[in-house]
Design a protein around this ligand. Structure first.
Ligand code: FAD
Ligand code: EPU
Length: 335
């Protein structure tokens, strides 16, 4: 087990902030994790790729870098294949590995940064697919007792960018392995308009899962900033959901409001639209701001502090609330 003191976290998260941790430990096996958790200086922070975190301070305890590797086919059943991935596997590499075997199900989730172990935490989603659609179960270590528990889909209580691990069980478990059920004869999901447009442009009428993956990669590269170039953590806020009554009022005042219908007359409104309409798109404030191609992505132009980004996020949320009466909540974990 490799242990470092007064260690820089700058290369270990995607906002590119100058932050440090008192202790940093690399974990490659279950036993190392058990040992580290029982001996480390608290508070412990489990870290994957650091792509959904905003550090507003140096970490005073131990950062536990989840590097448990391994991906394998476990079993086959009725046209499906059960695969397992260690928490420290890179998510996109896992997607590419499934494409190589023509296993369908996670191609729409191509190029999402981060680790397989963090994917269930917020039930990652993109382009019409969420992790829950292919999720079978996971294994997680109880941080207090070191025991391994299994959680099936129901036990994870997945929702939009949500799971039990962000709520009742927040900070209680380290996810060590994730099991997904994929399709041997994949049926592609091209329901998302932007994917269809790309496929039409390319003249592909019978897309494979690789075609879908490549379309998604192209779309993502065209609007999302690359953290290696411009620090960010993807969508900073969740897309808010409003009740039928509030939607009606909003439509009266803002007839062009972009919204996606949900059951019961409710609707989801893209936070990026609200932020752009509130005047923040492409606007730089100090070393931070809302990205010019995608207003929902807050960026570090270089030299920003976590406090600066967080203060700006709160200013943006306040101005959206004032203009539209809609509350934005952070998707990113603020530490
Ligand atoms: P981290 O940021 O390291 O951790 C996130 C949280 O999970 C923290 O609270 C951490 O303590 C906890 N955690 C990490 N690993 C474990 C573990 N093994 N066990 C228990 N807890 C753990 N997300 C989407 O859903 N859809 C997108 O399309 C998307 N696009 C993005 C685009 C960009 C450019 C960026 C930068 C981010 C994007 N994200 C997206 C957000 C992010 O990639 C996902 O949330 C991802 O799952 C985070 O993985 P990570 O390993 O980086 O987690
Ligand atoms: N929009 C604007 N201005 C903007 C950005 C968006 O008006 O600056 C409007 C447009 O009408 C656009 C709509 O918002 O059509 C939706 O935008 P986009 O397709 O970029 O998706 P999003 O709702 O902003 C969500 C996820 C992304 C995910 C994409 C694709 C959330 C919070 N974000 O973004 O996830 O990749 O859909 O499925 O749900 C993430 O979670 O970090 C993330 C990047």
């Amino acid at each position: 087990m490799d242990l470092f003191t007064n260690h820089s976290l700058t290369p270990h998260h995607t906002f590119g902030l100058e932050v440090r941790t008192a202790f940093f430990v690399e974990i490659k096996t279950e036993e190392e994790l058990r040992q580290a958790l029982s001996q480390c200086t608290p508070p412990a922070l489990l870290l994957g790729g650091g792509s959904n975190i905003l550090f507003t301070r140096d970490w005073p305890g131990t950062v536990v870098h989840m590097q448990l590797k391994g991906r394998e086919v476990i079993s086959e059943k009725e046209g499906t294949v059960l695969i397992a991935a260690g928490a420290g596997e890179n998510w996109h590499d896992l997607v590419l590995w499934t494409l190589d075997q023509n296993l369908g199900g996670i191609e729409n989730l191509s190029l999402i940064p981060g680790s397989a172990g963090a994917a269930p935490i917020q039930n990652i989603g993109a382009y019409g697919v969420e992790l829950t659609d292919v999720f079978d179960h996971l294994e997680a270590m109880d941080l207090q007792t070191g025991e391994i528990h299994t959680f099936d889909r129901e036990a994870c209580r997945f929702g939009y960018r949500d799971s039990i691990f962000k709520n009742e069980l927040k900070g209680r478990y380290a996810i060590i392995r994730v099991f997904l059920r994929l399709q041997k004869d994949p049926v592609v999901n091209t329901g998302y308009g932007a994917i269809r447009e790309v496929l039409v442009q390319k003249g592909i009428d019978q897309p494979t899962i690789r075609d879908v993956s490549e379309a998604v990669i192209g779309i993502r590269r065209s609007k999302l900033p690359d953290p290696a170039v411009l620090g960010n953590a993807g969508s900073f806020f969740k897309n808010p959901e409003v009740e039928a009554g509030q939607l009606k009022m909003l439509l009266t005042e803002f007839p062009n409001i972009v919204h996606y219908p949900l059951p019961g007359g409710r609707a989801k409104i893209p936070a990026g639209w609200l932020i752009e309409q509130a005047g923040w798109k492409g606007k730089r404030v100090g070393n931070t701001g809302c990205h010019a191609q995608q207003a929902l992505v807050l960026v570090n132009y270089g030299g920003a502090t976590g406090d600066e980004v967080w203060a700006h996020a709160q200013t943006v949320a306040r101005s959206v609330k004032e203009k539209f009466g809609v509350e934005l909540t952070a998707e990113v974990n603020i530490l």
